[in-house]
Structures are given as C-alpha cells and as structure tokens.
Design a protein around this ligand. Structure first.
Ligand SMILES: [Zn+2]
Length: 439
C-alpha cells in the first residue's frame, strides 16, 4: 500500500522551539507561520511576548482570501498560530475572539473560512458544555458578521463568506470513529476549496488555505495505532483531493502550491518492536492486518470500557465482547482481559487505555517512546510545482515562512508590516485561560 504523499517528500524540517528541543504546537506553529522560534505554550508572539505577524494575516492584508481548517477545536494552537496572538495557548476565549475579529482587534477579521470543533468557547459559562469563564455569547456576537454552520448538511449547503463551521463541543472524532453529525477533513477542505476558487475567479490575488489533521497528533498522544493509521489515511485522501483542485486552478491559469508538513512528531512510533506477538514470533514483524480488522480506535474502545465500568464492575465476558465488537483482536485471552479489568478497577481511564494498547501494539508489533511529542525531524511534502525545489533538503522550521513567501512573488504580502500593525496589542491580556486541554 502506498499513500498519495509518498512520492512528494522533498525535505525535512527541524522542529525545536526557543526553549526546548521538543516543541509544542504553539511554538511549532509560530515558527512556521511567523518565522520566529518562541517558547512552548506561546502562539503568534516571539520569546519576549511581542506579537508577530503571520503569513495568513499578511496575505489577507494584501487582498487574498484566507481559510483555516482543523479537526481540533478552531482555537487550538496550530490554527491560532495563523490568526491569533497569545502568550497562553490555553486562553480559548481570548484566541476565539481574535479569530473572529471581535473586541476592536487591531487587524480586524483576517480569516474568511474557519472550520473545526470548539463550540465550547463560543457559549456562555452558564450553559452546558461551555469552556468559557464568562457570560459572553460569541455565537450571538457573530450574528450578521459570519455565516455559521453546525452540521455536515449545513456545510455542504453553505455558499457565502465569511464562513464559520463549528461541528463539535471540543475536537472532532477520529476518522474511524466519526459520527454522522461531523464532517470529515476531506469534506471540509473540499467545501473550502469550492468557495475559495469561486471567490477568486476574477481576482488578481488568490487565496491562502491552511488545513490540518490534528488527529495524527491526538491519536499518537494516546499511542493508538488504529487511530493514527486512520488519521494518516484520511490525510492521504484529503491530499489527493487537494491535488485534483490544484489541477483545476492551474488550468484556470492560477499558479498554485500545495505544501504539507508537520509542526512536530508525536509518540515516537516505531515498527518491528521486539514485543512478543501472540500471532507472529519473529522480530522483524509488522502486522497491519490487525489494524485493518479494527472498526474503531483503541481510544474509542477505551471510552466504552470506561463507561461500562461506571455502571458496575466489568465482567470478563463484557471485556471480550467490547474488544471483539470494536477491535476484533485475534486470540484475545482471558489474561489480557483480566489486565483490562484490573486497570478499570483503578478508575483511571489512562490505565484502561494502556492495557488495551498493550494488547493491540503487541499484535501489530509497534512501539512508542512517549505519550508526548518528540524532537524527530518531520517531512516536507510538495508536488507538481517547479517551486517545490525551494524546499529540498533540511530546514529549520523558521525558514519555511521565507520559502513560502518566495512562491508568491508579491511584495504586498509583508509579514513585517503586520507585526508593526500589532504594536501595542497586549498578547498577555488573558481573558480566562479556561481550557484544560494541552497537547
Ligand atoms: Zn500534541
């Protein structure tokens, strides 16, 4: 099996932040989009907390149309790295308000399409599922300013900009676990490209679109190989779709660059782990059929086991049933089921996840070095454009901004003048810092 991206690897990016070999997504995004190394946890500011303009903001100021799509919450660190400035990535309310262009934000609204999860930062604290610490109602405040959609059907019917799509309280589900109430990454990207292509039909400028599959990060944080592979396949499918759109745009006479990279690696995933597989005994093994047999991720299956525990002690039969229904592990033994029951008895969901992952990972023969990020260099992918050669070789993540700007050949895209426009903007003006979720 080959993904649609394998022939497109052109270079590597070194991902360290200003204060750590191992970056988080806030510093990682800031490096790529603003061209400066900053401290972990800070987004859109340099290491002395000064706001720095981003490629998206500069493109918008030069007349381009812009879009940001994520499978995470829209105010998460990577999307925020394009259209917000905060010394605290967890400050969901502060970031969400900037992304919408509210509160007299000095740059106004810089984003024309914003799609993902994260509804919790838009609703007042007193409402269920809110992650705010005040009574502001951002959905109400966006009325008349944004077209807002909440379902895949509403997304597919959307025909006007600016478009805000919020499809989950927090982040979207893994592709393999996705409910019908949420659109997939490919559907979001396809809709955005449809709207952006139409909106730039008569424009001298074009558009800047960012999309990310954050599930590759989240599933690897969980050391969840089924979730990880399902996210990779979704990314590959989306990349294929984007390449088809690039052809459409090129035929229209619009030179278009499709670039894909990561802000960091997560999990330290390795194949051929020495774990003794219950199925295969030799060391140089990798058994992807185990992944192919699963109908849900181990994260999803863990939540089912955890929920069942809350209703009373798990039985051996119950564990066998849930694991068979969702992961179809062959030769899953009573001993393995008992390890899960012991983990469940501690009441700790991560212990259940670890016990289940041990059964899955030993069969697939994959190993993980961490439940956090690593300092491994990440690939840069680029396809079918002569400008791809600019990305050949190994780069600091901060070099990518200049390389991307080089493609535009448009002096009006000036990140420095955006930084000047942000002078005096206080990126440490925390509104609440309520989000508990740091990845
Ligand atoms: Zn992460």
């Amino acid at each position: 099996y080959k993904t649609s991206l394998e022939d497109d690897v052109v270079g590597k990016s070194r991902t360290s932040s200003a204060d750590n070999f191992i970056t988080d997504s806030a510093a990682g995004g800031t490096a790529v989009f603003s061209g400066v190394k900053t401290l972990n946890n800070m987004v859109g500011v340099d290491s002395s907390s000064t706001p720095r303009g981003t490629i998206l903001e500069a493109a918008k100021a030069a007349g381009y149309i812009t879009g940001v799509i994520t499978t995470s919450f829209v105010w998460d660190a990577s999307p925020a790295g394009l259209n917000a400035h905060s010394t605290n990535r967890e400050d969901s309310s502060f970031i969400a308000q900037q992304q919408l262009g509210l509160d007299g934000y000095p740059l106004g609204r810089t984003t024309d399409i914003l799609l993902g999860g994260g509804l919790c930062a838009y609703i007042p604290e007193s409402e269920e599922d809110s992650c705010r610490t005040d009574e502001r109602d951002l959905l109400n405040e966006t009325m008349g300013l944004w077209n807002v959609v909440f379902t895949p059907d509403e997304l597919s019917a959307a025909d006007a900009l600016p478009l805000l799509g919020l499809f989950a309280t927090e982040d979207l589900a893994y592709a393999i676990d996705r409910p019908d109430s949420q659109p997939g990454l490919a559907a979001m990207v396809n809709k955005a490209l449809e709207l952006l292509t139409a909106a730039t039909a008569d424009s001298d400028q074009g558009f800047f679109l960012f999309f990310e599959n954050e599930v590759t990060d989240k599933a690897q944080h969980a050391n969840d190989i089924v979730g990880t592979v399902s996210a990779g396949l979704e990314l590959s499918e989306t990349a294929e779709l984007v390449k088809e759109w690039v052809t459409v745009l090129e035929e229209r006479g619009d030179d278009t660059l499709f670039l894909l990279t990561a802000d960091h690696e997560t999990g330290g995933l390795g194949l051929g782990t020495n774990a003794r597989s219950p199925i295969v005994e030799y060391t140089y093994g990798f058994n992807p059929f185990v992944i192919a047999n699963a109908s849900h991720s181990s994260t999803y299956t863990t939540i089912l086991l955890y929920a069942a525990t809350a209703e009373g002690n798990l039985t051996l039969d119950q564990v066998h049933q849930v694991v068979a229904d969702n992961m179809a592990l062959q030769y899953f033994s009573d001993d393995e089921a008992n390890v899960i029951i012991e983990a469940a008895n501690t009441g700790d969901v991560y212990s259940i996840l670890a016990a289940l992952n041990a059964a899955v990972n030993s069969r697939v023969q994959v190993g993980w070095t961490t439940m956090g990020h690593t300092a491994v260099d990440v690939d840069i992918y680029c396809s079918n454009n002569p400008y791809c050669s600019a990305f050949y070789g190994s780069h600091e993540n901060t070099e990518l901004l200049e390389l991307m700007l080089g493609f535009y050949d448009d002096d009006d895209i000036d990140v420095g003048s955006v930084t000047e426009a942000l002078v005096g903007f206080n990126a440490t003006a925390s509104v609440d810092g309520s989000a508990e979720y740091v990845v």
